[in-house]
Design a protein around this ligand. Structure first.
Ligand SMILES: [Zn+2]
Length: 345
C-alpha cells in the first residue's frame, strides 16, 4: 500500500537468485478505497477534548484504578477502539507521562450465590463485604464494578479475581464478567486539557497525512510507469524496471519532510453536486446528530463506531464521494451543517 511495502514485496521475488518478473496490478478503485480507509482513524479536536475530559474526569482519583468500557465509549465518541488505545498509549509514553496503562479486563461482574447466604459469607470474608457494599441488586444477583472494589480494598484487579476464583472452587458462588474495558491509573493531571487535545489531534492528523503521502507516492510511481514514462531511462515495451528503480532511489534519498513535487493523484478537489447532495442527506436523516467528519465518512463509505456500515451502507449516499479528497468533503459538510443547525434553531 505504500512504496516501502511494495518495494519490500518485490524484493521477495528472485531471492533464490533466479530471474523473476514483477507485475504491478493496479487500478484506481483500489487506490480510492485504500486512501479512504486511511481517513478512518482521524479525530476532531472537539471529540478528543470530550474524550480527555472523561479520562481525567474528577471522579477518577489519582493513583486509583480507572476504567472505561471499550465498546460503548467507542460509540459515544465515534472513535475506533484501537484509536482510543492509541491515545491512551500516547498519554503514557508521550513527552509527559500522564497515566499508566493497566491490563485490559472485563469490569462488570455479576455474582450468584449457591450455598451460604451472602451476608453470612461476608461476615467471614472482607472482600465479599466490600463487594456487597459496592453492589447493586439486579434480578436477585449482585452486580459490581471490579475496579471500585479493588480500589476500596487497595488491591489489584488480579487479586480480586484470584479471591473470587477461590470462592468459586469452594462451590459458594459463581460469577460472570462483561464489558471489556481499558484500565489505567492517573499519574498526573494535565494543566491545560485544551492544549493537550490540540496537540494530540495534531499528532494524529500528522500520522494520517504521512500515510496518505506514502500512498500518493505509490500511486504517482505506478501512474508514471504506466502513463507518463517517455522511455528515456532505458525502458522498453511494458518493461519499466529502469524508471521505477530510478524513482524508488529518488524517493528514499529524499529527506523526510521535503514536499513531493510530482503528485498526480486522480482525486478530485471539488465536485459540483457535493454540496447539494450533503444538504439532501442531512434533510433526510435529520434524526441523527452528525459532525462534519461523520458526514464525510459516510460520503466516503468509511465505517465508524457510531455510523457503522451495517446500518449506513444502505444509504443512497454511502461511498458516493470516495473520489473527492476527504478534507474537501469535510469542509462541504461543515458549511452545510452550519446552515442546517442555524435553520433548526
Ligand atoms: Zn519506464
Amino acid at each position: 500500500k505504500a512504496l516501502k511495502s511494495t518495494y519490500r514485496e518485490t524484493g521477495r521475488a528472485g531471492r533464490d537468485g533466479r530471474l523473476s518478473h514483477c507485475h504491478l496490478l493496479f487500478d484506481s478503485t483500489t487506490f480510492y478505497k485504500i486512501r479512504s480507509l486511511s481517513h478512518s482513524d482521524g479525530i476532531d479536536e472537539y471529540a478528543m477534548s470530550k474524550f480527555l475530559n472523561q479520562i481525567f474526569s474528577s471522579g477518577n482519583t489519582m493513583g486509583c484504578i480507572c476504567s472505561f468500557p471499550k465498546e460503548s465509549t467507542s460509540r459515544k465518541f465515534d472513535i475506533k477502539e484501537e484509536v482510543l488505545l492509541t491515545v491512551l498509549t500516547q498519554l503514557e509514553i508521550g513527552e509527559e507521562q500522564y497515566l499508566h496503562l493497566l491490563p485490559q479486563f472485563s469490569v462488570t461482574c455479576t455474582l450468584y450465590f449457591h450455598k451460604t447466604s451472602p451476608q453470612l459469607l461476608a461476615d467471614k470474608d472482607i472482600l465479599l463485604r466490600s463487594i456487597l457494599n459496592k453492589s447493586e441488586m439486579k434480578d436477585g444477583s449482585y452486580v459490581f464494578e471490579v475496579p471500585r472494589v479493588a480500589n476500596d480494598m487497595r488491591i489489584t484487579m488480579n487479586e480480586v479475581f484470584d479471591r473470587l476464583q477461590k470462592l468459586k472452587f469452594s462451590g459458594e458462588l459463581s460469577y460472570e464478567l462483561k464489558d471489556p474495558a481499558y484500565c489505567y491509573m492517573i499519574l498526573k493531571r494535565p494543566d491545560d486539557l485544551n492544549a493537550l487535545s490540540a496537540n494530540l489531534t495534531k499528532w494524529l492528523s500528522e500520522v494520517e497525512n504521512s500515510k496518505i503521502r506514502k500512498l500518493d507516492a505509490m500511486f504517482a510511481l505506478a501512474y508514471y510507469a504506466v502513463k507518463g514514462c517517455k522511455k528515456t531511462d532505458g525502458c522498453s515495451g511494458s518493461e519499466h524496471t529502469p524508471c521505477i528503480q530510478k524513482r524508488i532511489i529518488d524517493y528514499f534519498s529524499k529527506k523526510e519532510g521535503t514536499p513531493d513535487d510530482d503528485y498526480c493523484t486522480p482525486l478530485r478537489k471539488s465536485s459540483t453536486f457535493l454540496q447539494s447532495d450533503i444538504k439532501v442527506f442531512l434533510q433526510s436523516n435529520s434524526f441523527a446528530k452528525f459532525t462534519p467528519r461523520a458526514v464525510a465518512r459516510i460520503m466516503h463509505g468509511i465505517s465508524s463506531p457510531a455510523f457503522p456500515a451495517a446500518t449506513w451502507a444502505k444509504n443512497h449516499f454511502w461511498g458516493r464521494y470516495m473520489e473527492v479528497d476527504f478534507p474537501v468533503v469535510i469542509e462541504a459538510a461543515k458549511a452545510e451543517l452550519v446552515k442546517f443547525v442555524g435553520k433548526g434553531e
